[in-house]
Design a protein around this ligand. Structure first.
Ligand code: NOJ
Length: 799
């Protein structure tokens, strides 16, 4: 995308302070590449021509695309294929372990363009020296890692970050991650994951922003900005990757890697908007998904990747395959040989191939025999080189390799404070029926029950990058620190996943009975969501359920803290007098953040980015469902689109989240009853904090097009604002919309908004609507992209 469109962000002074301190502080801061030229380091050749190819280009005063063009002209086919080759330099749990002497030789011969699963300023600096000084062309390497919710300072998992409903929080988490990762020698993260996830059985729901494309688009923009800050030449920025392009989240049955058999309309209106938003924000890289859409694996989807992304969207960034997804085209049954698979991917304009080495090892002959492949190879190599140029690596190849900067950057007090801040804001108060929360400052003796309460590993979630268990403050530790050892008893009661042990449960029950208050910390552990972690039953794990039932049966006052990476069926916890705080996997500051929220030092205002179904069998459940000819009806005597055995609503709908404060919505104002093409309409509302507690409210705007050429979703998020309102005070919140925001992928295969009525509703959640109205769009509009990718400006003013 060559233009950029920034989201409107309500920046509070508090957030700016966090961002400023975080940034200011750290600103100081194969074998298979056979070719005639690949067998020797080419030192002599370099000397003859006056230095490496990069040095020659630079000496000629060439910069940017001109320098890249010069380098490209001098490269052999094998060297070009080498640039497209991304190898695993280690494993997630053993970084750098595969960087052997043979690997260094591969670098010398130009057989590799990038490594992933590597880290360390000094280690990678040494490797960079090999590329820059010992190879014929002197092209620097790109070092990459999955830095998803923090590098060393681990923030809440992405679904938790999305639950903040605050783009500043998402940006802050990405910024801190970039500061640390770049200091550790990394140029490139495989984040943000912007896949829409509507089926909670899919384990990777934890990595994204949930079910609604408008929220997903906002979070995508914010994270891209946090990683890249519109200036990749700054040594504390890293390339962001919008992944996994296509419809990875739509796998059948919520199974990872599985086929997405979805309509083109759903693809365009639901799954692609966050990618569009990321591209508009300038995400310098995209990753294609493992899975197929209607039989076409995205890794080989020429129409979608080359046609739509490169062509219609004008995206000129670096596209990387997923791990082994090119050879997996054989498993999909769309290629017979490795070189055929490579050709399909290259022609789809997948520039860099992750880990299998197929481009470098199997494509030389095919490319030499095919002008089309040769052209695709040149284009791909150019994009890889341009990515290196955008990072400034041709001029400053060692800018990311300063060990002193690395030592100073990790887990600073500012970074910890930022992680705690975002964690507190990510928490969602699901219910507080008996008003048990916030806890009294001196609640008496507290029994902390549940293995997750002391499980440091689970606190940091599945993508932990360089997060360490010893950095984590657990719930038990934080509570002991706050109340004193003598007031806290800890009983794990049951393992997180194994079979329930009646003796351990009995001990936990005894501890609960002897306490004044019980904190039950339950849910899934970190390893039950994430990649390849799909579950058919998204209830509480068996021992957790047994433990919860035994503890709740004591009749003691119980506050439940739910840890999870996905929406769960929490019916065993959902009694009428329950108090349930959803904490996700909160990161290194998990304990203090949870305790601060429980005691009211921080007032919860997180909201659900994905609906919680009542039962596993209700998945997928999402608010953006189309109405049917027989819409779901609470009355079972009518034949309608519902299950017989559960109510038609979810347990907790998208956008749900309570507070310790109460808010009143009044004075709905519409700037006009009509919205003409090229015009805007503003919807304003007053929000009053009617309680004695200063708190945030998340004001949400939903819209619906009641009559269109095709059925339109029952609810679509089109605006949100997390607003801090002091007790007794009122704030005015105004959303401004334009007609393109009601466009949809019409039968004409264009994005059209019809003339006619638009209904809107404002509230504190999709199922908590306070005010509603409508206006008329007066003319037909053709939009140039998906509606959900368009940001809605919000203005907030005081009384
Ligand atoms: C596979 C995952 O699908 C992708 O998200 C990740 O970036 C790569 N592995 C690299 O670890």
């Amino acid at each position: 995308m060559r233009h950029s469109q920034r989201a409107t962000r309500g920046k509070s002074a508090r957030m700016s302070a966090y961002r400023y301190s975080a940034i200011a502080l750290l600103l100081i801061a194969a074998s298979g590449c056979a070719s005639s030229q690949s067998s020797s380091p080419n030192v002599d050749l370099r000397a003859e021509e006056g230095g490496t190819t990069v040095a020659q280009a630079t000496a000629k005063g060439l910069r940017g695309a001109e320098r890249v063009g010069f380098i490209l002209d001098k490269m052999t086919t094998a060297e070009k294929l080498g640039q497209l080759n991304q190898m695993a330099g280690g494993r997630q749990i053993a970084l750098n372990s595969r960087i052997t002497d043979a690997e260094r030789d591969r670098v010398r011969t130009g057989g590799v363009g990038s490594y992933l699963h590597v880290a360390g300023a000094e280690f990678l600096g040494d490797l960079q020296h090999v590329a820059v000084e010992d190879s014929r062309n002197g092209i620097p390497l790109l070092f990459a890692m999955d830095v998803v919710h923090g590098y060393r300072t681990i923030f809440p998992v992405p679904l938790g970050i999305a639950a903040t409903f605050d783009v500043d929080d998402a940006e802050l988490a990405a910024r801190v991650a970039a500061v640390e990762a770049s200091a550790a020698g990394l140029h490139w993260t495989f984040a943000p994951m912007v896949d829409i996830a509507r089926d909670a059985r899919w384990g990777r729901i934890v990595e994204g922003a949930g079910e609604e494309p408008f929220l997903g688009s906002a979070m995508a923009r914010a994270q891209v900005h946090g990683y890249q800050v519109e200036d990749l030449k700054r040594p504390d920025t890293i390339i962001a990757t919008a992944k996994h392009f296509g419809a990875y989240g739509a796998g059948t049955g919520g199974r990872d890697y599985d086929s997405a058999d979805i309509s083109e309309r759903t693809l365009m209106d639901v799954y692609l908007p966050p990618f569009r938003a990321a591209a508009e924000e300038g995400a310098a890289s995209f990753m294609v998904a493992f899975n197929d859409i209607g039989g076409v694996p995205t890794t080989a989807n020429k129409a979608l990747v080359n046609g739509l992304l490169r062509g219609q969207w004008d995206y000129d960034g670096l596209i990387v395959s997923d791990w082994n997804s090119v050879p997996e085209l054989l498993n999909h049954g769309v290629a017979e040989t490795r070189s055929e698979a490579g050709a399909l991917a290259l022609l789809a304009s997948v520039d860099m191939e992750m880990t299998s080495g197929i481009y470098a090892a199997d494509m030389l002959e095919a490319v030499e025999a095919s002008p089309a492949l040769e052209a695709a190879l040149d284009a791909a190599t150019k994009r890889v080189l341009m990515a290196k140029d955008r990072l400034g690596l041709f001029d400053a190849p060692y800018a990311y390799h300063d060990p002193a900067r690395e030592a100073a950057a990790m887990l600073t007090p500012d970074h910890r404070a930022a992680a705690r801040h975002v964690a507190e804001r990510s928490m969602v108060l699901l219910r507080n029926d008996a008003g048990m929360l916030p806890l009294k400052p001196q609640p008496g003796k507290v029994a902390v029950i549940g293995a997750l309460a002391g499980d440091a590993r689970s606190m940091i979630g599945s993508w932990k990058a360089q997060g360490r268990e010893e950095d984590v403050v657990t719930v038990v530790e934080a509570l002991r620190k706050r109340l004193g050892e003598e007031f806290v008893v800890y009983e794990p009661g049951a393992g997180t996943r194994d079979v329930a042990d009646p003796a351990a449960i009995a001990k936990a029950v005894a501890a609960a009975e002897a306490a004044d208050v019980v904190l039950l910390i339950t849910g899934e552990d970190y390893n039950m969501s994430g990649e390849a972690r799909s579950r058919s039953d998204i209830g509480l794990p068996v021992p957790q359920k047994a433990l919860a039932e035994a503890i709740l049966a004591t009749g003691k006052p119980v506050v439940t803290v739910l840890m999870t990476g996905r929406p769960l069926d929490i019916s065993p916890l959902d009694s009428d007098d329950a108090s349930i705080l959803l904490a996700w996997f909160p990161g290194v500051e998990a304990g203090p953040a949870i305790i601060n929220v429980l005691f009211g030092d921080a007032v919860p205002a997180g909201r659900l980015p994905a609906s919680f179904p009542r039962r596993s069998g209700q998945s997928p459940y999402f608010i953006g469902h189309n109405p049917t000819g027989r819409p779901a009806d609470a009355d079972l005597s009518k034949d309608s689109a519902r299950y017989m055995d559960i109510p038609i609503t979810p347990a907790y709908a998208f956008g749900h989240g309570l507070s310790y404060a109460t808010f009143e919505y009044t004075n709905l104002r519409l700037s006009s009853d009509t919205l003409a093409p090229d015009d805007t309409v503003s919807i304003g509302v007053d929000i009053t904090n009617t309680s004695m507690t200063n708190a945030d409210e998340v004001v949400q705007l939903y819209t619906r097009d009641p009559v269109a050429q095709v059925a339109r979703p029952q609810q679509e998020l089109r605006g949100f604002a997390r607003v801090h309102i002091d007790a007794g005070k009122t704030k005015h919140v105004t959303f401004t919309l334009r007609p393109e925001q009601f466009a949809y992928f019409a039968p004409s295969a264009r994005f059209e908004a019809d003339a006619g009525r638009i209904d809107f509703a404002i509230g504190a959640g999709a199922a908590d609507i306070r005010l509603a109205g409508s206006f008329q769009v007066t003319g037909h509009v053709i939009a140039d992209g998906p509606a959900a990718a368009i940001a809605t400006p919000v203005s907030i003013s005081e009384e």
